[in-house]
Design a protein around this ligand. Structure first.
Ligand code: SF4
Ligand code: SF4
Length: 388
């Protein structure tokens, strides 16, 4: 089903622009990271919907490379869907995703080269980087970490953890934390393939189905009953698009929060630092998990936890969603979303930005580098590991 299924509602967007504004109308920038970067109506949620309506529904506009570039510069952060006050508001991001499906299915020649590369790599190698699984970094060297063989949980790390050094470091910490908490888990190892979340967000639903089926086959063969995901992107794909009736899926912060509630987490020492937390879009806006990561951080003795002005459902995206951590269609510069977010965190006086997503970590590390900032970007699991 293409964008046409939204024919009756898409034209009701009357470009009021509400969705790109911050809800207190008082912030110096905009909610939509894409609009905030380009500052052109065509790059705003309403602008993109209108262009897509003309191009893919009425046919008044001929789709071209420039239109595709505009549509692929959206990070699928869902901030617009949260802000639009109309009845169809919560469908805005889904409609934007459908515009990409139109491009992939009916105008494949317009798919930007870097997006094509992402999709081809996932098909051929099972990961967007085009890295052979024989080159994956090993997580099994950690004492207590084994391949999955009927343990209580499968820890699904996402290929980014086996390839990107920054994500590997956090995945390593998470595995160590789970060992310390005596949680029964196993990993897939180098046979792990992409969860497909970004493939779906980039509009290739056929490739998403292929990846999903391969993962489901593997889970079935391994007799998996419960999955802990490291990345919110994996959590979103598996929770909302895999239709797994017999397998429960959790994000790791939910599991740790549960342990905390049961009094099973004992800190050996505290941390006298000011910390803020950046909400990952695929954990927060897409799945409503806002409090668990905060409660974990607040439980650390000595910590001074501060919020950024834009937090929870209003959090400003790091710019890495919708495959942007790899395709970088939003591009660099002072208004790159990750740099905007780092500046926002700096204003709180925090020394650390805590994250719960390997993509956010990667993006914010780049943002901190661009801003020449001393802020540390740390996954919650890495913070915990030093204290348990
Ligand atoms: S999506 Fe909603 S808030 Fe945004 S321009 Fe259209 S009607 Fe206005
Ligand atoms: S999903 Fe995010 S980046 Fe895309 S149009 Fe909406 S607010 Fe902008």
């Amino acid at each position: 089903m293409g964008l046409d299924e939204y024919r009756e509602i898409i034209h009701r967007c009357f470009r009021c622009g509400f969705c790109k504004l911050t809800t207190d109308y008082n912030w110096r920038g905009f909610n939509c990271p894409e609009y905030n970067k380009f500052r052109l109506e065509s790059y705003s949620p309403g602008g993109m919907l209108w262009l897509s309506y003309a191009a893919f529904v009425t046919g008044e506009l001929k789709p071209d490379n420039h239109l595709a570039e505009i549509l692929y510069s959206c990070s699928m952060c869902k901030n617009c869907a949260q802000s639009c006050k109309f009845k169809f508001g919560d469908m805005v991001t889904e409609m934007l995703r459908k515009t990409r499906e139109e491009i992939v299915e009916k105008h494949p020649e317009l798919v930007p080269a870097v997006v094509q590369k992402f999709l081809k790599n996932v098909y051929r190698y099972g990961n967007p980087y085009g890295v052979n699984s024989s080159e994956f970094k090993s997580i099994e060297k950690i004492p207590g970490v084994e391949r999955y063989s009927n343990q209580e949980y499968l820890l699904y790390l996402s290929p980014i953890s086996y390839i990107e050094p920054s994500a590997y470091e956090s995945a390593h910490s998470l595995a160590e934390v789970l060992v310390k908490l005596k949680i029964s888990f196993g990993i897939i190892g180098p046979d792990e393939i992409c969860d497909g979340n970004e493939v779906l967000m980039l509009g290739d639903s056929a490739l998403f189905d292929y990846v999903k089926e391969k993962n489901l086959e593997q889970f079935k063969k391994m007799n998996v009953k419960k999955i802990i995901t490291f990345s919110p992107h994996s959590y979103n794909a598996m929770k909302n698009y895999y239709s797994m009736d017999e397998i429960e899926v959790f994000h790791y912060t939910q599991i740790i929060y549960d342990f905390l509630n049961k009094g099973k987490i004992k800190f050996n020492r505290g941390l006298n630092k000011r910390i803020t937390y950046h909400d990952p879009c695929f954990l927060g806006r897409y799945n409503g998990i806002y409090e668990e990561p905060r409660e974990i951080l607040r439980s650390i003795p000595g910590i001074d936890f501060v919020e950024m002005p834009r937090n929870r459902e209003k959090a400003f995206c790091c710019g890495g969603g919708g495959g942007n951590f790899y395709t970088d269609m939003i591009g660099p510069g002072e208004n790159a979303p990750s740099r905007v977010r780092v500046r926002e965190a700096e204003e709180t006086g925090a020394e650390i930005i805590a994250v719960a997503c390997p993509v956010c970590k990667l993006m914010l590390e780049n943002g901190a580098q661009g801003e020449d900032s001393k802020l540390e970007i740390k996954d919650i699991s890495a913070i915990l590991l030093e204290l348990l």
